[in-house]
Design a protein around this ligand. Structure first.
Ligand code: ADP
Length: 433
């Protein structure tokens, strides 16, 4: 028998023996009276401890666990240990939570936890500022109910969070946020917001500066170029050295003019105030125009082919598309040695319209490919210069692609050739009239 039951039965057993002895000595009635009184006292003792337990349970955090005696002493002591453990765990958890809250409020970014239906479960102070929330009041609310900008609502709805969203708050003039969602756990999402107002302002200033400098350089360059050409063409210029110097000056001013023109083109493409002028562009005639330009540039040195395999036309800006296609074809000609093959193609890939230029030229080593669209990034600086490159062509192509939601794909193998393709979204296909 366990210790508990031994201790539980010892009192009734003693009482019973005592009552039996009394019965033998004094008769049944006194024995029954003594046994009954003893058991009643025992029941009262248990009830008193039970009352103490109930009293404690009514407000356990305000009073210590009662002491109790006998069998109850053990039970109360276990309960006391359990309560102590529980209090320690609570303290530990609340300290950890406090530390996490302190850490997240020290973050330079707004952080909010959303459930699968975009309800706010928790947010830090910066997220409150960024989205105009009040953590106490708005927990459990749908975030799109509180931050209603259509771009933000769309971003959450499309569920494609690979790229951050740039959000301009129209209510608070000038505030620009970069917002990113990260999925984690069981359909939970972490909403991270970063204030990029200052960065945007600097970027704006940089763009304005480049645009202004390029614009200012244009007129003096045109004048110098004009004089150099006039002097070079003068019939009575007999000095060979002067003629050679003028020719070099002419080439360099021409190069500077190309640079300024490309910088101005880039500035125009980057300008937020310059939205895409959309029209239905007839691609066959555009491809033929670009192809003829390529033939002139190649001057019979390459085997040029034109393949228009799709009848799809595009919704977009003809001038910009012409510039992107020409840039890619011009590069193929410049980076393909004599007798090389170059194919200009308009086709469809899984229903998506695609422009591609394939060449059998010098190719590009894999490590350079991700950086090709950076301004002034060249694999071979001298070859680029010799062939009249500015280092801005692919940056221009990338911007035009972005404005048309197209993807620039580059596949290349050093020494074998390259393919530059522009993959347009299906929604850009122009319906034929
Ligand atoms: P660039 O004016 O120097 O040609 P781009 O921006 O047009 O500038 O191209 C960047 C670099 O990418 C070039 O300097 C060249 O090294 C590489 N490149 C572009 N197109 C090709 C191509 N078809 N074949 C090989 N290299 C190329």
């Amino acid at each position: 028998m366990s210790d508990f039951w031994q201790r539980a039965f010892i009192f009734p057993a003693v009482m019973l023996v005592f009552a039996l002895l009394l019965w033998a000595v004094a008769g049944a009635l006194p024995a029954a009276l003594v046994f009954g009184t003893g058991m009643a006292l025992r029941a009262f003792f248990h009830l008193r401890n039970l009352a103490a337990l109930e009293n404690w349970l009514a407000a356990p955090e305000k009073q210590p666990v009662p002491d109790g005696s006998g069998l109850w002493e053990d039970a109360f002591s276990q309960l006391n240990k359990m309560t102590q453990r529980y209090r320690k765990e609570c303290e530990f958890n609340s300290r950890a939570l406090q530390q996490m809250e302190q850490a997240t409020s020290a973050l330079p970014e707004g952080v909010a936890i959303l459930d699968e239906a975009d309800h706010i479960e928790w947010c830090n102070l910066l997220a409150e500022n960024h989205f105009g929330l009040d953590c106490e009041r708005d927990i459990g609310q749908q975030i799109t109910y509180l931050a209603r900008q259509p771009e933000f609502v769309n971003y959450l709805a499309t569920r494609n969070f690979s790229e951050p969203l740039v959000l301009r708050d129209k209510r608070r003039e000038g505030l620009v946020l970069s917002v990113k969602l990260i999925a984690y756990g069981n359909n939970k999402r972490l909403l991270i917001s970063r204030d990029i107002t200052q960065l945007e302002r600097i970027e704006h200033m940089r763009r304005d500066f480049v645009a202004n400098v390029s614009h200012e350089l244009r007129t003096p360059l045109t004048v110098v170029n004009g004089f150099v050409e006039t002097l070079h063409d003068m019939p009575n210029l007999e000095n060979d050295m002067a003629r050679r110097a003028l020719q070099l000056m002419g080439e360099q001013t021409h190069r500077m003019k190309s640079l300024v023109d490309d910088l101005l083109t880039l500035s125009r493409l980057e300008n937020d105030q310059n939205p895409l002028r959309e029209e239905a562009v007839e691609i066959r005639s555009l491809m033929e125009e670009v192809f003829r330009q390529g033939q002139l540039l190649s001057d019979g040195k390459h085997l040029l082919q034109l393949r228009v395999e799709s009848n799809a036309n595009l919704l977009g800006c003809r001038e910009e598309l012409r510039s992107a296609f020409t840039n890619l074809l011009t590069n193929a000609i410049r980076y393909t040695p004599q007798h090389g093959e170059i194919t200009l193609r308009w086709t469809e890939r899984e229903g998506q319209p695609a422009f591609a230029v394939q060449d059998s030229g010098i190719g590009i080593a894999a490590q350079h490919i991700p950086r090709l669209t950076e301004r002034f990034y060249r694999v071979d600086r001298s070859r680029s210069r010799e062939t009249g490159g500015t280092g801005l062509g692919l940056a221009i192509v990338k911007h035009i692609a972005m404005r048309h939601q197209a993807k620039l794909e580059v596949t290349s193998e050093e020494g074998k050739g390259s393919t530059f393709a522009l993959l347009f979204p299906v929604k850009r296909i122009a319906l034929s009239q």
